[in-house]
Design a protein around this ligand. Structure first.
Ligand code: NAD
Length: 393
């Protein structure tokens, strides 16, 4: 069939298999250009199909030559409808990995469940024996507690008081004023339950009890801090409260299992998760322009290659005062932040494309779903039904 983008709010409900493959190949080339000498050889990525998790899987395989198991929650094609972007990304990733003789198996299901954890552990035991590195990169609106069966939903709201600022409708390219009412105590607690550190701890407990952690094992979960303009809805909001709990979990994992466990604070990038956060798309559009001008612009893959090579495996962690890895350092650079802050109040619908790089934001958003690549002929029909070769569940 011929597949076109169908955008609904901040998601695109279609995805193009060849466009997704094209983008995965671009990431592979970036990773191959930065080989890591003493990197991990067996890597589990939880949340491996899009965004930072996909880039982690690509980096592990193509910079470090690692075998990977990827866990994600994606929709296969059905009744002639295209699969989700993460499904097609994984089809392309696995084909490329296997073509180079790298082991790549995937598990499609709810990473919060005990069943998926058991299935991953069975695969590690049978195929690897031990695992060297676990990357925890889930972004989910919902979690079912595996112990009680109760469902929790996360939300993106301020805590304590309402927050008003400027927001960008990234679909229409229109700026408007937005006011977000504060979360209730229950909403804060539910967001911590979904996006906090408890599930990462459950993973580590299960892996440790199964005796599959290698001697030089490391685990990393991803976080974000960002500029003050987004703090009420991010750092000091429901999601930031959950991220503080991820930092607590890192300390608990270190103590409990005696392994290296880190939170890596990454930069703001366009992903399915970040496009849903109020205020952030406008900030990212301005940030892109300023970082491109300074020559420090990075996407997911550049961030993760830098994380693996310069912090985790070849360089020096350079932990901050809270014990976190900071690969958001170029984003938080004072010159960049003051340039963004100067532009922020001046942006209007009329000068949006001049003062920010909203064109790049939109291009990157479409590229998440395999659209807008110059090398692809989108008028040609394509096969939507594409199997993931190493799919276990
Ligand atoms: P994303 O939406 O691109 O990826 C989320 C991944 O989680 C996908 O692979 C998806 O399939 C998987 N997933 C979601 N629910 C699942 C479930 N129940 N079971 C199994 N898999 C599930 O998100 P992203 O932006 O790459 O975010 C990943 C992490 O990086 C998050 O912790 C996020 O806070 C952090 N982060 C993101 C940014 C940003 O700007 N996007 C910046 C810094 C840190």
């Amino acid at each position: 069939m011929i597949i076109e983008p169908k955008i609904r709010g901040f998601v695109c409900i279609t995805a193009h298999p060849e466009g997704c493959a094209y983008k995965v190949q671009q990431e592979i080339e970036v990773a191959k250009a930065s080989l890591i000498k003493d990197g991990p050889k067996k890597v589990l990525v939880i949340g491996a199909s899009t965004g930072y998790g996909l880039s982690s899987r690509v980096t592990a395989s193509f910079s470090s030559g690692a075998d990977t198991i990827g866990v994600f929650f994606e929709r296969p094609s059905s009744n002639g409808k295209p699969a989700s972007a993460g499904w097609y990304n994984t089809v392309a990733f696995e084909a490329a990995a296997q073509a180079e003789g790298l082991y790549a198996k995937s598990i499609n299901g709810d990473a919060f469940s005990d069943e998926i954890k058991a299935s991953v552990i069975k695969t590690i035991k049978e195929d690897w024996g031990t695992v060297d590195c676990v990357i925890y990169s889930l972004a989910s609106p919902k979690r079912i507690d595996p112990k009680t069966g109760e469902a929790y939903r996360s939300c993106l709201k301020p805590v304590g008081e309402a927050f008003s600022n400027r927001d960008l409708d990234a679909n229409k390219g229109e700026i408007s004023d937005v006011t977000i009412e504060p979360a209730s105590e229950e909403e804060v607690a539910n967001t911590v339950k979904v996006m906090g550190g408890e599930d990462w701890e459950f993973w580590m407990k299960a892996l440790s009890e199964a005796g599959v952690l290698s001697n030089n094992f490391k685990t990393v979960a991803y976080s974000y801090i960002g500029p003050e303009v987004t703090w009420p809805v991010y750092k000091n909001g429901t999601i930031g409260t959950a991220k503080l709990d991820v930092e607590r979990a890192a300390r608990a994992i270190q103590q409990e299992y005696g392994v290296e466990a880190y939170v890596s604070v990454n930069k703001a990038v366009v992903t399915q998760a970040s496009s849903a956060i109020p205020v952030v798309p406008l900030y990212i559009s301005i940030l892109f322009k300023k970082m491109i001008e300074k020559g420090t612009h990075e996407g997911c893959i550049e961030q993760i290659v830098r994380l693996f090579k310069e912090r985790l495996y070849e360089g020096d962690m350079r932990l901050d005062s809270e014990g976190r890895i900071r690969v958001d350092d170029w984003e938080m650079d004072e010159a960049i932040q003051s340039a963004v802050a100067e532009v922020w109040p001046k942006v209007t619908n009329e000068n949006l494309r001049e003062l920010s790089d909203f064109d790049l934001y939109q291009k990157e958003f479409l590229a998440l779903f395999g659209f807008g690549h110059e090398g692809i002929d989108y008028s040609k029909p394509v096969e939507v039904d594409r199997p993931i070769q190493g799919l276990i569940v």
